[in-house]
Design a protein around this ligand. Structure first.
Ligand code: CS2
Length: 479
C-alpha cells in the first residue's frame, strides 16, 4: 500500500444526531446508514448517527481519523460505483466507556436506537426466543446495571434513565435476521426489565415501540486487499470502506414512538403493518439457502457463494430446496411472486463481483439454523410436506461443526457453542449417534422436531452419506 496517499476526509458536517446505532459493522454501513442518508437527502430531518461498538474498538480506530466518513462501493455486473457516506458522527466503544453509551442513548434528541448486533448479540435461546438468564453478560448486567455489557442490558438501562428523567422513550429498531425481530426483542427487554423493576417493564410495554423489520442486502466482510485496491483506484486511503451488491430491500413495521422517524418511504423502503410475511420469505428463501450453500459449499471446497451456486450439483440442490421445501411453506407477502423472488436470488448469488465467503456465512450456525431451516422443517412436517433437503442442510452443518473438511483439513468453526458441539460430535461413534447427540442440543432443536422420526432419520441418513461419500455424491442422489 502506498503509504503517502492522502486520507479520505469528510466534505460536509454530519447531520445532528437522531439515531444511536448499536453494532457498527459492514452491514450497517452499507445498509441502514445509506437509507438514513437517502431519506434526509429527499425529506430532511436530523437523523445523524452516533455509532456504538459493543465489543471491539476497530471500527472507531479505522474511521476516527477520517471524521467517520467512509466509502460504500456498489458492485454491479456492469462495474462499480463509489459513494461517500457521511451520516456517522462518532463511534463510542462500549467496553471503554459504558457510561458514555448510556448518556448518548438517554439524550432526548435521540428518537431511534437501531441495532445490527448479529443473532448472538441478543443473549437469547435461539430455539425459544426467550432471554438466556444464564448468559454471563445477562448475569453481569442484572448485578451491575450501570455498566452494561449486553445489548438488552444497555436498552433497559437507557430506557430507565429516560423514564426517570421524564423523557419519552426511543423506538428500538431491530435490523437483524431474526423472525419477528422487533417483537422478539421487545420480549427480551421486558423479561429483563421485569427483573429490574416491574413498573419499568410496564412503562416500556406501554410507551416504547419495537417495530419489526426485514432487512436485505448482501455485504461481505471487507478484506485488506479490497482496501488496497480501492486506495489505488481513488488515490485516497479509506480504512473503512464497505462493498455491497446493488440490491437492497427494507420492510419496516410502521410503529414508531410519537410517529418520529426518517422518511424511509421516500428512499424506497416499504412501510407496512404486516412485516412478518416479508421476514419469513427472506429468512427462509435467502438466509436458508445461504446457510445451505455455506455448509455444503464449504465442505465441497467452494470459497464463495458465487462458486458454490455455480457448481451444478449444488445449484440443482438449492433449486430443489426452494421449490419443493421452502416456497411451499410460505404465504407470500401481498403482490409478491415467490418463484420470481427465488429466481432473483439466484441472480444475486451468481454476481461474481461479490466475494461472499462460505466460511463467513457458516459462522454462528447454532444461532441461525432455527429461523433459517428448522422453522421451515417444522411447518413442513406439520403439513406432511417433505423435509429431505432441509434435513440434509442440518446434516451438513453437523459435518461442518465436527471441525474437519472433506480433504481432512481443520475447519475454523466460529460459534458460541463450538466447543460443546465439537465434543458431542467427537464423542459419538457413528453418524447416527452423532446426529442424535447434536439433535439433543435444546438451544437449537426443539424437542418436537428433534424427536420426529421423519426428520431425525433423514438427518442421520444424510449425515452418514456426507461422512462416507462426501457432498457431491450425496447431492447427486437427489437429482
Ligand atoms: C448471511 C447474511 O452472513 C449471513 O449469515 O446469510 O448476512 C445475508 O447476506 C444477509 O442477510 C442478506 O440480506
Amino acid at each position: 500500500m502506498p503509504a503517502d496517499l492522502p486520507r479520505l476526509t469528510r466534505d460536509r458536517p454530519a447531520p445532528p444526531a437522531g439515531v444511536v446505532h448499536l453494532g457498527v459493522g459492514a452491514f450497517f454501513k452499507a445498509f441502514g446508514a445509506i437509507w438514513l442518508e437517502d431519506a434526509m437527502a429527499t425529506s430532511g430531518g436530523n437523523w445523524g448517527v452516533v455509532g456504538v461498538s459493543l465489543r471491539r474498538p476497530d471500527e472507531r480506530d479505522k474511521l476516527a481519523s477520517q471524521g467517520y466518513a467512509y466509502q460504500a462501493v456498489e458492485l454491479g455486473p456492469e462495474g462499480r460505483q463509489v459513494r461517500k457516506v457521511q451520516v456517522l458522527r462518532d463511534i463510542l466503544v462500549a467496553p471503554e466507556d459504558a457510561g458514555a453509551v448510556l448518556s448518548a442513548m438517554a439524550d432526548p434528541s435521540i428518537r431511534i436506537v437501531s441495532l445490527t448486533v448479529t443473532e448472538k448479540g441478543y443473549t437469547h435461546s435461539p430455539a425459544t426466543g426467550r432471554l438466556d438468564f444464564g448468559h454471563p453478560d445477562v448475569v453481569h448486567d442484572l448485578a451491575r446495571p450501570e455498566e452494561p455489557r449486553s445489548t438488552v442490558g444497555f436498552l433497559v438501562r437507557a430506557l430507565d434513565r429516560r423514564r426517570q428523567a421524564g423523557a419519552r422513550p426511543f423506538t428500538v429498531l431491530c435490523c437483524d435476521n431474526l423472525p419477528s425481530n422487533g417483537r422478539m426483542l421487545r420480549g427480551l427487554v421486558l423479561e429483563f426489565a421485569e427483573r429490574v423493576a416491574p413498573d419499568l417493564a410496564a412503562w416500556i410495554a406501554a410507551e416504547a415501540r419495537f417495530p419489526s423489520t426485514m432487512v436485505d442486502r448482501i455485504v461481505p466482510a471487507t478484506t485488506p486487499a479490497d482496501i488496497d485496491d480501492l486506495a489505488r483506484e481513488t488515490g485516497q486511503l479509506d480504512e473503512g470502506p464497505v462493498f455491497h451488491e446493488p440490491f437492497r430491500q427494507w420492510a419496516i413495521e410502521d410503529d414508531f414512538v410519537d410517529g418520529a422517524r426518517p422518511d424511509f418511504e421516500a428512499a424506497g423502503a416499504q412501510l407496512t403493518s404486516e412485516v412478518e410475511p416479508f421476514e419469513l420469505m427472506k429468512l427462509r428463501c435467502l438466509n436458508g439457502t445461504h446457510s445451505a450453500l455455506a455448509y455444503l459449499g464449504y465442505l465441497a471446497g467452494h470459497e464463495t457463494v458465487a462458486q458454490a451456486i455455480a457448481d451444478p450439483v449444488l445449484g440443482a440442490f438449492v433449486d430443489r430446496l426452494w421449490h419443493t421445501e421452502i416456497v411451499p411453506s410460505l404465504a407470500p407477502p401481498h403482490g409478491v411472486d415467490l418463484l420470481a423472488y427465488t429466481a432473483a436470488l439466484r441472480t444475486r448469488y451468481i454476481n461474481p463481483a461479490i466475494r461472499h465467503r462460505t466460511w463467513q456465512i457458516a459462522m454462528d450456525g447454532s444461532q441461525k439454523l432455527p429461523q433459517r431451516i428448522l422453522g421451515t422443517a417444522a411447518d413442513n412436517l406439520a403439513a406432511e410436506r417433505p423435509v429431505t433437503c432441509l434435513a440434509t442442510v442440518v446434516a451438513a452443518w453437523m459435518r461442518y461443526v465436527g471441525g474437519t473438511d472433506e480433504a481432512g483439513r481443520a475447519i475454523d468453526v466460529r460459534d458460541p457453542l463450538a466447543g460443546r458441539l465439537r465434543t458431542l460430535s467427537e464423542g459419538a461413534e457413528s453418524a447416527e449417534a452423532r446426529a442424535d447427540a447434536l439433535l439433543s442440543v435444546r438451544e437449537i432443536f426443539p424437542e418436537t422436531l428433534a424427536t420426529d422420526r421423519r426428520f431425525r432419520d433423514q438427518v442421520a441418513r444424510s449425515l452418514a452419506s456426507l461422512e462416507n461419500r462426501g457432498v457431491q455424491s450425496t447431492l447427486e442422489t437427489f437429482q
